[in-house]
Design a protein around this ligand. Sequence first.
Ligand SMILES: Cc1ncc(COP(=O)(O)O)c(C=O)c1O
Length: 377
Amino acid sequence: MKKIEFFRHNINNDDLFRLNHVLRSIFLTTGTEVALFEEAFSKYLGVKQTVGVTSCTAALHLSLLALGIGNGDEVITTPMSFCATANSILHTGAKPVFVDVEEDTGNMNAELLETAITEKTKAILPVHLYGQMCDMKKIYKIASKYKLKIVEDAAHSIEASRAGLKPGQISDAACFSFYATKNITSGEGGAISTNNIKLAEILRMLRLHGIDKSAADRYTGKYRHWDMPVLGWKYNMDNIQASLLLGQLRRIDKLWEKRNQLWEYYETFLKTIKEINLLKTLPGLKHARHLFTILVPARRRDQIVWSLQKNNIGVAVNYRPIHLLKYYRKTYGFKEGDFPVAEEIGQRTISLPLYPLLKKSEVLHIVNVLKKIFAIN
Ligand SMILES: Cc1ncc(COP(=O)(O)O)c(C=O)c1O
């Protein structure tokens, strides 16, 4: 069987047509396409404003800065995420403080939040792991009690909702990724969604050096001088990225349906392998179905990863917990045993291929290869 890639994007001829149109126009940087994308994305999420940026890392960094987080502050987050989550806190000068995760979902355990709050705590940064939202109502209640900001890492969860809430609806800001393997992608890209119009205004300035006029403002109409009231960054999304995202956003629910179907196939076929466990999808919520992960016995995980690769199946490990990465151990003295639930998931997890172009027969093949691996080992 030919290689089953870990991920294949879904950019189609309509997207290429739109991209071509932008490439043939005069204006490649932040302009009309970005504005159209921001509007459509806000509408999809049911929030007031979206600000397009170059990555989710940039989105997290800017959101924290715009909310006044910096040197000497602490931000509570989860160790079960990509390092970008905690790195974005470090980029502001603040310190990431981890709490362990729930065994069932791998999401930040909201019950532990209060134990991690100190005088220095300024914000909570939950991650909606693999596409399943954290309990935002519980997190919001705690944040309100201690007057903390909430920035959601929604890199996996554009399509998700829980208890009638979508990312960005009750937090200060939700940050999204359009990285190469995300549910909709422009290779690199990100966005911040918020119901706070004033915050969105600040974010628009901060994403472009802190200057008060965008290139589009400067290009169209009569020349006007611009000024730089604050120091910002160079994080603005461009028209090329937006042109790739607009069409994918229009068919985002159809793409979700396909992944959801494949997810169900995996769950059904995998039932016969008793050595494999799955995290739970909690009842009554919509899971964005971003990453399909299995949990295997820790001592066999790496061997199984290599065996799958040897069988031409693309896999990934999402994630070995952040606190055990070299830099975090060295800088903060974290060690094994600090966050045991996250560590156990980190030792047992394997992500399998999941994308709309994946076929049912390929899911079946992957499960059959797993069966053989378990029979042999
Ligand atoms: C949970 C999570 N947060 C943040 C990021 C960073 O996203 P980006 O690559 O767009 O900066 C990723 C990317 O993989 C992610 O999975």
